[in-house]
Structures are given as C-alpha cells and as structure tokens.
Write a protein that binds this ligand. Structure first.
Ligand SMILES: Nc1nc2c(ncn2[C@@H]2O[C@H](COP(=O)(O)OP(=O)(O)OP(=O)(O)O)[C@@H](O)[C@H]2O)c(=O)[nH]1
Ligand SMILES: [Mg+2]
Length: 480
C-alpha cells in the first residue's frame, strides 16, 4: 500500500457469502446492494468512510469468484513477480468473458488493496473454498479472513474454518455482519492493524478518527436527549370551555393534544439520533420485544421504565440526602406501609406517589362561567426518567443495528439484561443513588423553571449523559 493514500480493503469471497453485508456494516452505508440471489454484485465499488469530509478508509465490494480452479492453476504456473500477479492476471484474461468476475475482483488487488476474505462459517469448508484461500495467499497481499455466520446456532463448523483459514491468512476474525455491534465493528478495524506492520500508523489514525467521530455523535445525542427532556418538562397546553357540562369533553381533547405534543417531541428527537448513526434509507424496525414500542403514556411504560416510586421519593427528597440514600438501598425489601412512614419522614413520599400519573390537569374557573383547563408543566420527575430511558434504549438499538440488515429481516436484540430494580428493566432504575439524585435535581429544576440550577448543572448532566451513552455503546447485547 502506498502510505500517502487512503487504506483500501477489498472484500472478497465466494458468491453470496455476505461480502456486501460486511461492506455495508463496516462502511455504515445502507445503500450497498445486498440480495439472497448469488451474483448480485457484478462490479467493484469502493465505499469510503468519511469523517468531516475526509475519506479515511475504503472498502471495495467485489463480485464472488467464478472460476477458482482455473484461476489457481494460472497462478501456480505464474513465474513473474508476486506484486505484479493480479495485474498480469487481468492482462491475460480481460478478453475472456468466463473470467469477467475474476478480472473485476483482481482490479483492487492490482492497485495494492488489502484483502478481507468473507466466508459463511455456518457451513462446512469445501475444496473450492481452499482454492479461493490459496489464490489469495499467492497474491502475497496483507489479508484477513472474516468468518461471517449467516445461520445462527451452528457452531459445529467454526473450528474447521478457523484451522483452515489459519493456513492462509495473517488474521482471522469472527464477525456477524448482520448483528455486529458498534464495539465489534471497532474491534474488527483494530485487528486490521495487525495484518501488516506498514499499515499500522495509518490505521491507528483511522481508528482514532473513528473514535473521535463516535464521541462527536455521542455528544450530539446527549444534546438531543437533554433538549427533549427540557422541552417536555415545561410543556403546557390549555383550553377553555363554557361551563361544567363541557369539561369532560375538553379534558379528553386536551389530554390527547398534550400526548400528541410530547410524542412529536420524542419522535423528532429519536429521528435526529437515528440520522447521527447514518441510517438513512431503510426503515428501521425496533426489535419486536422492545419496550420502545410501548405507548409512552401506558401503564407498562411507567411500570418498567423510569424509577420506582421508592427511588423517586429518595432521589427527590429535598435535602434528605442521607435518609434518601438509606431508603433507596432498603427499598427493594420493604413493604408499602414502611415506605409511607419513611417517605413521610423525608417529605418526599406523597409527591413521589403522584408518579403514577403521567400528567395533571389544572382546572380554574374564569369570569362568565368559563373554565380553563391546563396540563403541564410536569408535576413529577417520573415522565422525564421514562423519556430518558426510552431514548437510551433507542440509542442502544440504533448503534447496534448493522447497516447490512436491510428490508425484510427483523431486528433481533441480544439477550435481555437482568431486571434492575423490581419490575424495572429501563436504565435509570439501576443507577447508583448519587446519579439518580443528580438527574432528579436537574429534572425538578427543569420542571419548575429554576433556571439558576439548570444553568449550574447542565454541563455536568450532559457529561454524565455522555458517559452513560458510552457505556451503552460498549455493551455486547443491545438494551431492550
Ligand atoms: N442472517 C444473516 N444473513 C446474512 C448475513 N450475511 C449475509 N446474509 C444474507 O446472505 C445473502 C447474501 O448476502 P450478500 O451480502 O449480498 O452476499 P455477497 O457475498 O455480497 O453476494 P454476491 O454479491 O451475490 O456475491 C443476503 O440475503 C444476506 O441478507 C448474516 O450475517 N446473517
Ligand atoms: Mg455482493
């Protein structure tokens, strides 16, 4: 590889093994054409990875081998210099349509690209695979084998593939093109560094640019989530109606309007997060079991997301730090009666119990028999914890949704995480007390419009949120 040029890796293999899928996932590009029909990719195409307008690394999608037997025979008989072999192969075969695919897939190799060989590890190794691996070994170019497992739960061929690939490649990785998480994508790039010492410095630069770009996306995501909770906290809708008899209908309409407004805020925020992670073309489908499918205002969302009433009471108890911490730790095992007693003690109890209500109506009589109904600003922090949890779970899905998973294939999240606090499966209920308290204090200030506290806490909160997002992006299993 010429060291002034962008590092380029050609993704090679037998037809239909998942080459284009690996390209889509590594280049975060959902425009790569993937199809169940072998022979989908006919022409080489380079997909660069661009950060801040600079192409840092390129992945070349290529057609699969068509004539490995004859190609290998030609290579074995070749007597010229190794580095010229791909170009000489093309020169010798470019008029022969039977070798059109080989000529095409050799073209990036003639330009000095590194090799990523993709195989489907869920089937046995065949003779033809050994030939393809041998062809790539004979090019003498730096190369890595990627074992992509198209069918799950078939580990029986893995060892066979590993021992075979070891004979022909400098590095071997197991990489699930359709389910690779962000952490696994970075791992794969890291291991590309090992395939040739000359490439190490350039790939170090690429990886550090990737990490910076990731940091940037995380900061943007944190900002979007903070905007969402800030806008929701003080959101207010009102209406007036003429007389008692109209109140019930007005309530229904107003409740719907309030819900729609908040849902719109949330949908816009989630779409902005999605764009950060370059999912532009295909409709992202959440895993079927995801809690984010659940209506934001439903009982279930309140039950499994946000904080428990105990935690809310403890985190929100004004000035009751030590006692609050005590309640929080003790919460799991205590009966409701004892809770009420302690809750009363720290003065946080009854307000926290209001957490069951997502929002609250304010009804006020006006002159001439008019009645004014208002919903908002929020009266408890719970809704904000629920929104925060939903955004974090959505983030976890989106960063772990490989770009190769296009139409038709359902998103399958990994194993569910253990429930963190009673029936709670969201993120915030599992935080340590001080973090819950910090967020509760900020949320309360947002709701009450206490701008001095908001201004003082905002940068700490966004740092904390970035840390939380980072931790989520290193999880192997997406949150549900
Ligand atoms: N479930 C699952 N399916 C996969 C995976 N990788 C590829 N596939 C499927 O396998 C088929 C072929 O994938 P492609 O990425 O188009 O394979 P290719 O090697 O580029 O194929 P050609 O261009 O035809 O040589 C598609 O239907 C993919 O959805 C995987 O990791 N898991
Ligand atoms: Mg393809």
């Amino acid at each position: 590889m010429n060291n002034d040029r962008m590092p380029v890796f050609a993704i090679l293999g037998h037809p239909n093994e998942g080459k284009s899928s690996v390209v889509a996932t590594l280049a975060e590009d959902d425009s790569v054409r993937i199809s169940p029909v072998p022979g989908e990719t006919k022409k080489c195409r380079t997909y660069p990875v661009t950060v801040d307008g600079t192409a840092l690394i390129g992945f070349v999608d290529t057609p699969g081998f068509q004539q490995p037997r004859q190609t290998l025979a030609w290579m074995n008989a070749y007597t010229g210099p190794d580095h010229q072999m791909p170009a000489d192969f093309i020169a010798a075969h470019h008029h022969d349509p039977d070798f059109a695919d080989e000529c095409e897939l050799f073209s990036p190799l003639a330009d000095g690209a590194g090799i990523i060989f993709v195989v489907d590890g869920s089937r046995p190794v065949r003779r033809i695979d050994r030939m393809e691996m041998e062809i790539l070994r004979l090019t003498g170019l730096p190369r890595m084998a990627v074992i992509n497992t198209k069918e799950k739960n078939r580990p029986e061929f893995l060892e066979e593939w590993k021992s075979e690939a070891r004979k022909h490649f400098n590095t071997i990785r197991i990489f699930d093109a359709h389910r690779a998480t962000y952490a696994e994508r970075i791992d794969l790039l890291e291991s590309l560094k090992n395939i040739d010492p000359d490439w190490q410095p350039q790939l170090e630069t690429v990886i550090s640019a990737f990490k910076q770009d990731w940091q940037h996306r995380i900061s943007e995501t944190a900002a979007v989530i903070l905007d969402l909770v800030s806008n929701t906290a003080r959101h207010t809708v009102h209406t007036t109606c003429a007389g008692e008899s109209r109140v019930a209908a007005a309530r229904t309409t107003l409740r719907q309007k309030y819900k729609n407004d908040i849902l719109k805020l949330e949908t816009t925020a989630l779409q902005t997060i999605r764009k950060q992670f370059k999912h532009n073309i295909f409709n992202y489908e959440l895993p079927p079991q995801s809690i984010v499918h659940e209506d934001l205002f439903s009982k279930k969302s309140r039950r499994v997301l946000g904080l428990t009433e105990w935690q809310l009471a403890a985190a929100g108890a004004a000035g009751g730090g030590a006692v609050g911490a005590h309640i929080d730790l003790a919460a799991a095992g205590l009966s409701f009666g004892i809770f009420t007693a302690i809750g009363g003690l720290v003065g946080g109890g009854s307000a926290a119990l209001g957490a069951r209500k997502a929002f609250h109506f304010n009804v006020k009589g006006l002159p001439l028999g008019q009645i004014k109904l208002t919903i908002g600003p929020l009266r408890t922090d719970q809704m904000l914890f629920v929104l925060l949890d939903r955004s974090l779970i959505y983030f976890s899905h989106i960063i772990n949704w490989a770009h190769s998973r296009q139409n038709g294939e359902k998103n399958i999240a990994g194993a569910s995480l253990p429930s963190r606090a009673g029936s709670k499966t969201g993120v915030s209920a599992g935080w340590e007390y001080s973090r819950k308290k910090q967020f509760a204090r900020f949320f309360t200030a947002l709701r009450k419009g206490d701008m001095a506290i908001v201004a003082a806490e905002k940068s700490k909160i966004s740092q904390e949120l970035e840390e939380i997002l980072h931790t989520i992006s290193t999880l192997k299993n997406p949150l549900e």
